[in-house]
Design a protein around this ligand. Structure first.
Ligand SMILES: Nc1nc2c(c(=O)[nH]1)N[C@H]1C(S)=C(S)[C@@H](COP(=O)(O)OP(=O)(O)OC[C@H]3O[C@@H](n4cnc5c(N)ncnc54)[C@H](O)[C@@H]3O)O[C@H]1N2
Ligand code: MOO
Length: 404
């Protein structure tokens, strides 16, 4: 049995970042920029008003108060999108709207509510300083500035920045396609009859949902039956995808054929047993540089195997730099007992009270119990060589925040 951290290192060492594609910016959300993005313009391109009010010379407001206001002549207006050619002179004001270009001669904006309109004049109720309520040109971005480097994750604000900078498309690392094959003679699909000895195939759907959660594109290959030739044929078809996942058939049963199939197809197996629970029989291989994961059939084991090994692989292919889980330390709300030798990932509920994190089991921890996972929001880590943790002990917890 290989140690989890060593196993993960082997996986990530073999995972290669994807090639890149150009996509419309709205389709780039969640992906990673694969080019340098420079500003072709200064943003904002002109000094603009931050408030609705009056463009003035600040000097004309000096000494002005509510009780003894200075008077300025109103000589016109500047709406947003309509620059004025007027050269403001001393003793004058121009009505100005938020976002409108500051006219020549003006050096401050007096907010509407800080002036009194009296016919063709305004009373200045307060002094304003030079530059007051003006957003200077280049406040956001200077022309020629490097704005984003390869590796930047595209968030809603990044999409907005790309639009501001005039990019309608952006180059990103290509979305990985992840082929998923569930194996087992006992499996039927969602709408099929549950005849004796049969169970519904849930792995295909939970794993495909995990793939989507982390930004991949699932390719569902359906159910493969426990026959070497049939499995070989199905798997062969899917070796074009960026990642291949099979579930089931990796333990030591007579019909657990996955490892034989991998070998016959020329998939180089790097490990087939990991010191973790659930997920001990997680198998990892490489075919033409493509990662191949044989996840266990047990639904919770398959999903934990995905989170620990496939998730960071998928993120790496997508060009992401931070492959780690968000982790917190939390106090156990109950004691935990286990055998030495494997690191356990408990399906848990993480809560916060009075500035402290607490964690409790989401239910029974059998590798086949999926319901518990559906109630969980985190995985608490119980180290390999620990046998007992008392209530109140501190544990490391991986948050599944991307699920929510
Ligand atoms: N003698 C031993 N038996 C087992 C060992 C072992 O070390 N010695 N390991 C156990 C562990 S740990 C696990 S985990 C499982 C993994 O087994 P497989 O990957 O071979 O999975 P299967 O036997 O095909 O299925 C296990 C279980 O999960 C159900 N299943 C399978 N596929 C699906 C699916 N797509 N959707 C829902 N449920 C699925 C299946 O019916 C079984 O109940 O092996 C232990 N055995
Ligand atoms: O590794 Mo298995 O998932 O312990 O049941």
């Amino acid at each position: 049995m290989i140690d989890i951290d060593i196993a993960l290192e082997k996986v990530l060492n073999r995972a290669k970042i994807n090639d890149n594609v150009r996509v419309p910016i709205l389709e780039s959300l969640g992906f990673v920029i694969a080019e340098e993005i420079y500003a072709n313009d200064t943003i904002p391109p002109f000094d603009k008003s931050a408030m609705d009010g009056y463009a003035v010379k600040y000097i004309d407001t000096i000494g002005s108060t509510k009780v003894d206001p200075n008077l300025l002549n109103l000589v016109g207006e500047v709406p947003a999108g309509h620059p004025s050619d007027y050269q403001l002179k001393s003793g004058e004001a121009l009505k100005i709207m938020t976002g409108a270009p500051i006219p020549k001669g003006a050096d401050a904006v007096l907010r509407k509510e800080r002036a009194h309109l009296k016919g063709n004049q305004i009373e200045v109720l307060v002094e304003v300083s030079k530059g007051k309520d003006i957003c200077p040109a280049g406040e956001d971005v200077e022309k020629g500035e490097l704005i984003f480097s390869p590796g930047t994750k595209i968030t809603p604000a990044v999409v907005g920045m790309l639009a501001t900078l005039g990019y309608d498309e952006v180059t990103v690392y290509r979305q990985p396609e992840v082929a998923i094959l569930a194996t087992g003679d006992e499996l039927v699909d969602i709408n099929d009859d549950l005849k004796a000895g049969k169970i519904r195939n849930s792995n295909t759907y939970s794993i495909a949902a995990q793939v989507k959660t982390y930004g991949g594109k699932p390719k569902i290959l359906g159910i493969g039956r426990d026959k070497l030739t049939k499995l070989k044929e199905k798997i062969k078809l899917s070796l074009e995808s960026d990642i291949l996942i099979t579930t089931g058939g990796v333990s030591v049963g007579e019909y657990d054929l996955i490892q034989d199939v991998y070998k016959e197809l020329g998939i180089d197996i790097l490990f087939k047993k990991v010191a973790m629970k659930p997920g001990k029989p997680v198998t990892f291989g490489v075919y033409n540089d493509k990662p191949v994961f044989g996840l266990p059939g047990n639904p919770a084991a398959a999903m934990v195997g995905f989170e620990i090994f496939v998730r960071p692989t998928l993120l790496k292919l997508m060009g992401q730099q931070d492959l780690k889980f968000k982790r917190v330390t939390a106090k156990l709300k109950e004691s935990v007992e286990k055998k030495k030798g494997r690191r356990h990932y408990l399906r848990t509920i993480l809560t916060r009270k009075d500035n402290e994190n607490f964690v409790s089991k989401a239910g029974t921890q059998g590798s086949g119990v999926l319901h518990t996972f559906a109630n969980a929001n985190s995985l608490a880590v119980v180290p390999k060589d620990i046998e007992y943790l008392a209530k109140g002990s501190e544990v490391e917890v991986l948050t599944l925040d991307k699920w929510f």
